[in-house]
Design a protein around this ligand. Structure first.
Ligand code: ADP
Ligand code: MG
Length: 258
């Protein structure tokens, strides 16, 4: 069981209020896609849930306030992949994935069999075996993104927060990563919240979409209720057609002039 409830959440960065009075509930095992134009507050919302921003209001995971947890406690429950993770350039891939086990390894203890198994499993799932001994700086952008995802999987937290997880990936790898998240979710009751720019992928993979605009939650519902021509026109200023439905729904940009 790991759902969470956000109540009247506001976040101020510097002296600007970025998120304004957000209320949302994420059920255990659900996949939510956070959508909205650039600057809407998607990353700030994810960072708040990950315990990285101070906030007003409440974010309660299984009834407990995120702000009250230690870093280690948070990391055991919530795995967060930032939009542009900083990678230690000279570290080898396998050692980097092992960092995901940090919250499970006692202070001054060495990693144990379970940690090595979790790392091997995560590396296999992301096809990283052949890259295990490579240094991170020698990987392509997409390979680095897979290493980051492997580190996150190795963390073994029931809540996975992904900030634009498919950004640097080609269309095949995008599908592969989202299918993997979907598989993991069905195998282990994982709760997923992912910020996504690609509305087609968001609609096809998530159970529900949360649309943020200017720091407010403006719409929430099933993909076909939110990925609509009118909401996309209003909040992204984009001219699109929505074709298909359910798991084949696609949001297709339509050129305005010939
Ligand atoms: P999104 O992920 O939806 O593109 P962000 O959450 O990154 O949006 O940003 C939301 C708003 O918060 C933007 O206007 C951004 O400029 C602002 N912002 C982000 N980080 C900071 C910061 N550290 N200080 C001040 N403003 C910030
Ligand atoms: Mg962002």
């Amino acid at each position: 069981m790991s759902g969470f409830t956000i109540t009247d959440l506001s976040v101020t960065l510097g002296d600007t209020e970025i998120l304004h009075g957000i209320d949302a509930t994420v059920a255990s095992g659900e996949w939510i896609a956070l959508i909205g134009p650039n600057g809407a507050g998607k990353s700030t919302l994810l960072r708040s849930v990950a315990g990285l921003c101070s906030y007003d209001g409440s974010i309660a995971v299984d009834g407990r306030e995120v702000a009250d947890w230690s870093r280690r406690e948070t990391a055991r429950r919530i795995a967060f992949v930032p939009q542009a993770p900083l990678l230690p350039p000279d570290m080898r891939v396998r050692d980097y994935v092992m960092l995901g086990r940090t919250p499970h390894i006692g202070d001054f203890a060495a990693e144990g069999v379970a940690d090595h198994e979790a790392v091997d499993r995560a590396m296999r799932r992301l096809d990283l075996g052949p890259l295990a001994e490579r240094r991170l700086r020698t990987l392509s952008g997409g390979e680095q993104q897979r290493a980051v995802l492997a580190r996150t999987l190795a963390q073994d937290a029931p809540i996975l927060l992904l900030d634009e997880p498919t950004n640097a990936l080609d269309i095949g790898r995008q599908q592969q990563v989202l299918e993997l998240v979907s598989l993991l979710r069905s195998q282990s009751d994982l709760t997923v919240v992912s910020a996504m720019h690609d509305l087609t992928l968001a609609a096809q993979y998530a159970d529900r979409l949360l649309l943020l605009a200017e720091g407010r939650l403006v719409a929430t519902g099933a993909p076909h209720e939110i990925a609509t021509e009118s909401l996309v026109a209003t909040h992204y200023g984009a001219n699109v057609r929505v074709v298909g439905e359910g798991r084949t729904l696609a949001v297709v940009p339509v050129r305005r002039s010939g």
